[in-house]
Structure formats: structure tokens, C-alpha cells
Design a protein around this ligand. Structure first.
Ligand code: PMV
Length: 326
């Protein structure tokens, strides 16, 4: 008989100092540390019930998962079984609270929620560090979504990855900032972050990137502590642009941007020239995310909405870490 399902919710996170490159692709061990802000509202709820039949079954947003997605969920479930000692098959379902088809569905939120739901469904209460290590195995950035607010994921040195986990730097209420997201394309991602990171090592800029991240991390930590928006914004923008520059020089080249991505970036720079402290960051896709003060979020959203090609604009506040909801 199937056990009752355990359900957990986790929010997406926005990297301010990016994770871009792995020292071990199988274990998702990063080449560098990274720092993020967990965002309220961009959440995924995951339910897991063990003992639910002869084979694992997966559902995403109410539809059976297929192909690569099902395989990835299956591999993660194997890691949950390995971590917890449970052996039965399971029924797994995930549901994103973000509107579908706007390119913001987040594997970080999904795997953080799955790690929490899976370990609890297996009867295990992992401490936050062990939970972060488990979430990392699903998707590197999921290690950070275990926690709310500002979070640092340590690179770690060990080959087994036990020292590569995230830790909170500051709670969500430490600093009230806004992230305004401009959705510039709803097309599915052409190159996954996994493939993009693998390609990064072919870029002559990659060694320079690795060499610069420690300084960015130190600056970001200090800026978060001091609640210095300009300092944090500049380091976040620089980190994102350097990450994308690696791709431009990779072989073959990799460019996640569309035209509207560039136009949004220019609009943010115009806002800054006009005296509004707003700072852009871009992940493995064409959307532009803008860090700003709460009082400026309306102005920033209006400015981005008028950029041709922007399909939608949403504004996020700092969010909480992963939690069990049922
Ligand atoms: O965790 P992944 O494999 O989805 O990679 C995340 C990569 C970026 O979002 C571009 C950067 C980051 O640190 O989140």
C-alpha cells in the first residue's frame, strides 16, 4: 500500500555571484563558490510517496514526466534512496506556482523541494547542511534554495562533496530589496546550464573567471552585510556579464540572449545614468532580472515593460527557505 505523500515547497533563487562551471559534473561540485537571494513566489511544491507501486512514477504540473525530465527525476530519487536507505519505488509529483510557459520554471526550487519531501517521506530528518548536499545532487543551484534570504554555497574541497553545501548569510528580513524580472522569451531553453557549463571550459576566458570569483564573493558578502545596494548591484552585474562573456568566447560559441535582453540591459544602464540604482543580472536564458530598492521597483518595472519584446514583468521580494507543507 502506498504511504501518505509528504509535500514540501521551495522557492527559486537568483545568483548574485554566479555558479558557472563544475569541478565534478557527476556530483554537481562547483568550480567556485556562489551567492544568491531566494525569491518569494517563484516556488515549486513537490510530493513524494514511497511504496507506491512496481515502478517509479513522475508527474510535472499534472502531466506524466517523459524523456530527459523523467530520467533526471529517477536519478535523483535513486540518490534519495541511497541517502535514506529506503528501497521502495515512489510516486513523485511537482507543481510550479509560477505561471507556466514564461521560462521561469526553476530546477533549483524543484530539487530543493524534492530533497526535503523525499527525505521526510523516507522517514529521515536531515539537518540543513545534509539537505543542501542532497538538493545539490539534483541541481547545483538547488543547494542554495534550501535556505531563505541571502545564501552562500561553498565550493568545498573534498572529492565526495560533503563540504560543498549552502549556508545562510542573512535572513530574508535582513534587507528589503526587490528583483524585477523581465520575461523576454518564453521559448524553451536551447542549451541547458549543464551543457553550457561543460562548454565554458573551452573558453579562453574561463581561467580568468575562476580567478576572479573569490574577490566577487568577498565583495558581495560585505555589501550584503552593509546593505549597500550599489556595491552588491555592481558585483552582481559584473558576475553575470563575465559569465556570459565566457560563452561568447567558447567553442562553439554560446549566447543565451535575445535582442530584448540587450535592450533591457541598456534600459537598466539608462536608469542608472538617470540616478536610479538598478542593476541587471542574467542566467542561462534570455530573461533579465533587476536588483533595486523597493521604492524604485515600480519605476524599474514600467521602464522594462516598454522595451519591445518584453512579454511580461514581475516583481519579487526576498523569500524563505524550503519547508514541509503537508
Ligand atoms: O543549478 P543549475 O545547473 O541549474 O545551474 C545554475 C546556473 C545559473 O543559474 C546560470 C547560475 C547560478 O548560480 O544559479
Amino acid at each position: 500500500m502506498a504511504a501518505a505523500a509528504t509535500t514540501a515547497r521551495a522557492n527559486a533563487n537568483l545568483a548574485l555571484v554566479k555558479y558557472w562551471g563544475k569541478r565534478d559534473p557527476a556530483l554537481n561540485l562547483p568550480a567556485t563558490g556562489s551567492i544568491s537571494l531566494t525569491l518569494d513566489g517563484l516556488a515549486v511544491e513537490a510530493s513524494i510517496a514511497f511504496g507506491a507501486g512496481e515502478a517509479d512514477r513522475f508527474e510535472i504540473d499534472g502531466e506524466p514526466a517523459r524523456g530527459d525530465e523523467a530520467a533526471r527525476l529517477g536519478r535523483f530519487l535513486d540518490v534519495v534512496r541511497e541517502t535514506t536507505g529506503r528501497r521502495e519505488r515512489a510516486f513523485v509529483s511537482t507543481r510550479a506556482t509560477v505561471p507556466r510557459g514564461i521560462g521561469l520554471a526553476s530546477s533549483a526550487a524543484a530539487f530543493a523541494a524534492l530533497a526535503l519531501a523525499g527525505s521526510r517521506a523516507a522517514g529521515m530528518e536531515l539537518d540543513p547542511t545534509a539537505l543542501s548536499v542532497l538538493a545539490r545532487r539534483g541541481s547545483g543551484s538547488a543547494a542554495r534554495s534550501v535556505f531563505g534570504g541571502f545564501v552562500e554555497w561553498r565550493r568545498g574541497e573534498r572529492a565526495d562533496g560533503r563540504d560543498s553545501f549552502a549556508e545562510p548569510l542573512a535572513a530574508p528580513d535582513h534587507w528589503d530589496v526587490r528583483v524585477v524580472v523581465a520575461v523576454t522569451s518564453t521559448a524553451p531553453k536551447a542549451v541547458s546550464s549543464r551543457d553550457g557549463m561543460a562548454r565554458a571550459s573551452t573558453s579562453p576566458f574561463y581561467p580568468a573567471w575562476i580567478a576572479g570569483v573569490e574577490a566577487d564573493l568577498a565583495e558581495a558578502r560585505a555589501a550584503i552585510r552593509a546593505r549597500d545596494l550599489a556595491a552588491l548591484g555592481l558585483v552582481a552585474e559584473r558576475s553575470a556579464l563575465a559569465m556570459h562573456a565566457i560563452g561568447l568566447a567558447a567553442r562553439p560559441p554560446l549566447l543565451y540572449w535575445v535582442g530584448a535582453t540587450v535592450d533591457c540591459l541598456r534600459r537598466v544602464w539608462e536608469l542608472r545614468t538617470g540616478g536610479t540604482p538598478a542593476f541587471a543580472t542574467i542566467d542561462a536564458g534570455p530573461q533579465v532580472k533587476v536588483l533595486c530598492a523597493p521604492a524604485d521597483a515600480g519605476l524599474v518595472a514600467d521602464a522594462l515593460r516598454t522595451v519591445p519584446g518584453v512579454a511580461r514583468v514581475l516583481t519579487c521580494v526576498p523569500g524563505r527557505g524550503a519547508e514541509v507543507v503537508a
